[in-house]
Structures are given as C-alpha cells and as structure tokens.
Design a protein around this ligand. Structure first.
Ligand SMILES: Cc1cc2nc3c(=O)[nH]c(=O)nc-3n(C[C@H](O)[C@H](O)[C@H](O)COP(=O)(O)OP(=O)(O)OC[C@H]3O[C@@H](n4cnc5c(N)ncnc54)[C@H](O)[C@@H]3O)c2cc1C
Length: 439
C-alpha cells in the first residue's frame, strides 16, 4: 500500500495519528507539504500576506527540522508551491498512491480546500482525515458537536468532566520509504518562496534581545526541548499560575503556542507532561490545573469553530448580537498597528508584536479591547493584523478570542477592558513600557 501524506499543521513525529495508523504492510509513504498561495496570500481585510514576516521563517525552520527527522527514519518530504487540489492529485497518480491521508482541520477555509481536493481526486483515491490537532477528539464528545454549550464553564463541567484525554502516541521508529522515483526535494528559502508566492521578499528574522520567546527556533526538536526544560528541568508548571499574567521574560508562561500552532508540539504531549509533573510532585498544583484549563480553552475555540462554521468569522455575534457601532478610520487603525496610539501600554505591546511576532495573553486582551472599545475600529481588521503578525497564529484561537473581546462570541456581557487600570495592575513599575519604548 502506498499513502500520500498531506502535511498540514501536524509537523511532528510524536503523537501523530496519521503516522500511527500506517499499516505494517505500507510499502511507501509520500509526505508532501504544499505552500498554498491562497492560505499564505493576502487576507480579505488588509490585503497583507497571512503568513507574515515572523511566521514564514518559523515555518521554514520547522520544516527543515522535520525533513531531518523524516530522513533519520528512512523517509523525506516533497515540497511544492501550489494549491493542494492542483498539486496532490497529480502527485498521487505519479506515486501510485492508493489513498491520501491528512489531519482534520476545524475551520471553514480549510474545509473549502479539503472539499476542492476531494472533488479533484479520482474516487479510487480516498481522502482520509485523522484528528491530531486537539486534546479531545470531536467524535469522543459525549454530545454531538452541534450541541456544544455556548459557555466555556458549561463545556468544562458538563462535557469535559465526562471525558478523558487519550494518551499521546509514541513517535514511529521507522517510516516506509518514498515511492519509487521520488527523492526528498529541497526546502525553498524564504526569498525563493516569497518570489514564488508573489510576495515582498522577507527581511530575515533578527532576534530582538527583549523578546519573550525562548531562542530555540521552529521545529519538533526545539518544541520537545522547550517542553522538557519548562516542565522537567525547571519545574515551571508549579509557578505557572503566579506568573502567567506577567509581561517580560521567557519563563512567565509556557510559550508553547508557536509550536502548538503548526503542530510541531502536540497538546496531548503537554497534557502527559502535566500528568508527570503532578505524579512527581505529589499534588495537583494550582499551576498544573491552570495550565490544563488554558489548553482546554484552546480546544473549546476549535470545537466552537467546528460548531459555528462560517459564523465563527462573521461580524455578528454567535448569539446574533451586534458589535458596538464602529467609526472605521484607516489612519487610526494604522497608528494602532505601528504602536503610535498615544496609550503607552498599548503601544509597547504593539511594538513587541511587530518586533518579535509574540505578545503575552494579557497584552493581546488589552490591545484588542483598546482597538474595539476605545478606538471603535472593526474587530476583524485587528484579527487580520494579528494573523499577519503572530508567530503562533491559529485560526480558532485568534478569531475566537477577537470575537469574544468584540462581544460577539458566546458571551453577551460587556467585554471591554479598562486598559489604564490593567497597565497599573500588571506593569506597576512601568518596566514593560520602558522595555518597549523604542520600536
Ligand atoms: C486577541 C487574542 C488573539 C489571540 N490569538 C491567538 C493565536 O492566534 N494563537 C494562539 O495560540 N493563541 C492566541 N491567543 C491566546 C493566547 O494569548 C496565547 O495562546 C498565549 O498568549 C500564548 O502564549 P503561551 O504559549 O505562553 O501561553 P500559556 O499561558 O503558557 O498557555 C498554554 C497554552 O494554552 C493555550 N491558550 C492559552 N490561553 C489561550 C486562549 N485565551 N485561547 C486559546 N488558547 C489559549 C495556548 O495554546 C497556549 O500555548 C489570543 C488571545 C487573544 C486575546
């Protein structure tokens, strides 16, 4: 049996249901990564590349690492620039593949690509999806996804309490070889890729010494090193609840998000590390509990996206509520993107984002609230800017959090933050603002 494996946001060997499902009689495997010009190209709101200056190099680092890890197991990766529905059917024919396997995504644009691919494939080559991106498999829920509660607390207490997180699956020790006639292709450089996608050449990733991200780079090797360092070497899970709202340094929160977003780290692997932490330290610490809760929020947004479909990305609320009136003004919006609003706390956060592709959760909540509730701009512009800038962009977490802060999520309460009060509380000495005073 020959399988074409369409690599998506599952760029790892560990806990990968696609690889685990390969039968012993699989004779060949063709792992293919498509640089999709639509998924990476301009967004409809700001017309900026969705995979922007921070995420593109991080993705390439991730793929370079994965290529090496595949090679060590006797396999390799075939890279193509093009739409999956145009590239994969021809490759499947050439390889003599009997099936295409991939990880399931949970958001509408990704479904459109899946539908287009299915339509372009011969019925003799079935397309099969595996759940690899969440802690919980949507099919394991004790209720149908269409009945998912529109309240995180209700989800947590009524649904999650009846479930268990399946254990993380081990990485394979060997992979089937590439099909006859295939050799691993060369990973394109950022400049070559930008040229092929018709985008401006990237300036290259310079590490800002003020960055809150650990200096590890992309890929599964770095992700597992960070997990080990955070959970085992430095026991930081125990302190997580006390530090997670801080703003400076690499240790205040896990910084797992960039690896989680492209799947070089699995949420279930983190869950297992928390279990180990609890087992070693003898108690269910507050930090461990809080970290589990954050991972559950990540799943909740994915499940909500799955339930809401296209409504998840719409201007109106999930309960059909209307956002507050806006006064759209591109100059006001651009000043926000550049960290020139005049509010020093907001500006510091926006400068950190532009310089590093990362911003703390506290920062994200405040700058989003400021754009929506103080500057009265369209929340979807803010979400599109984050999509372009964030190194850890994830469609469900990004659009779900923005929708929530715009008051158009599952909550009907006023979700505005008092940004000045927040700055006082979380940056009392002004250290964060001083750190990011300069762009
Ligand atoms: C406006 C806005 C946009 C956001 N956009 C994204 C995004 O595109 N990608 C993304 O991964 N997160 C997003 N978040 C959620 C959160 O800010 C980041 O996950 C977190 O700051 C990443 O840092 P960390 O890994 O150190 O998080 P930690 O505090 O260490 O949390 C551990 C993990 O839990 C998950 N998590 C934590 N908080 C949230 C949350 N509020 N929603 C969903 N998952 C959460 C993340 O996977 C995170 O890596 C957004 C939040 C806001 C308010």
């Amino acid at each position: 049996m020959t399988v074409l494996y369409w690599l998506r946001n599952d760029l790892r060997l560990h806990d990968n249901a696609v690889l685990t499902a390969l039968p012993p009689h699989a004779t060949a495997l063709l792992p293919v990564y498509c640089f999709d010009p639509v998924a990476m190209g301009p967004d409809p709101y700001l017309e900026l590349p969705r995979t922007g200056p921070h995420r593109l190099p991080f993705l390439l680092e991730t793929l370079a690492d994965l290529q090496q890890r595949y090679a060590a197991l006797g396999s390799g990766i075939h890279f193509v620039v093009g739409r999956p529905e145009e590239e994969l059917p021809a490759l499947a024919r050439q390889a003599g593949a009997e099936a295409i396997w991939a990880s399931a995504e949970h958001t509408t644009e990704e479904w459109e690509t899946e539908d287009a691919l299915e339509a372009a494939l011969s019925p003799k080559v079935p397309l099969r999806f595996f759940e690899t991106l969440t802690l919980l498999r949507p099919h394991d829920l004790p209720i149908p996804v269409r009945s998912l509660p529109y309240s995180f607390s209700k989800f947590r207490f009524d649904v999650f309490s009846k479930m268990t997180v399946r254990p993380a699956e081990p990485a394979p020790s060997q992979l089937p070889p590439l099909p006859t006639g295939f050799t691993p292709t060369v990973l394109p450089t950022a400049a070559a890729l930008a040229a092929a996608l018709g985008q401006p050449a990237p300036v290259g990733r310079l590490r800002d010494r003020r960055s809150a991200l650990p200096a590890l780079g992309g890929g599964e090797t770095a992700a597992l090193a960070r997990l080990h360092d955070y959970a085992v070497e430095r026991h930081l899970i125990g302190r997580y609840d006390d530090t997670r709202n801080q703003l400076l340094g690499e240790a205040f929160s896990t910084k797992f998000s960039p690896w989680l977003a492209n799947g070089s780290l699995s949420a279930r692997q983190i869950w297992a590390a928390i279990d180990d932490y609890d087992a070693t330290h003898g108690a269910r610490s507050k930090g461990a509990m809080q970290l589990r809760l954050e991972l559950l929020w990540r799943d909740y947004f994915r499940l909500l996206a799955l339930r809401a479909g296209v409504d998840f990305f719409r201007w109106r609320g999930l309960r059909d509520q209307l956002p507050k009136p806006i006064n759209p003004d591109r100059t006001v919006f651009e000043r926000w993107t550049q960290g020139r609003t005049g509010n020093v706390f907001v500006d510091a956060n926006m400068r950190e984002l532009a310089a590093t592709g990362f911003m703390s959760n506290r920062g994200r909540q405040n700058v989003a609230s400021y754009l929506i509730h103080d500057l009265h701009q369209d929340w979807r512009w803010g979400a599109a800017w984050f999509e372009h800038q964030l190194i850890d962009y994830d469609p469900a977490s990004n659009w779900g959090n923005w929708k929530y802060i715009a008051g158009t999520g599952t909550d009907v309460r006023d979700t505005a933050f008092d940004v000045d009060q927040q700055a006082q509380r979380y940056d009392r000495q002004g250290r964060y603002v001083r750190t990011w005073q300069q762009p």
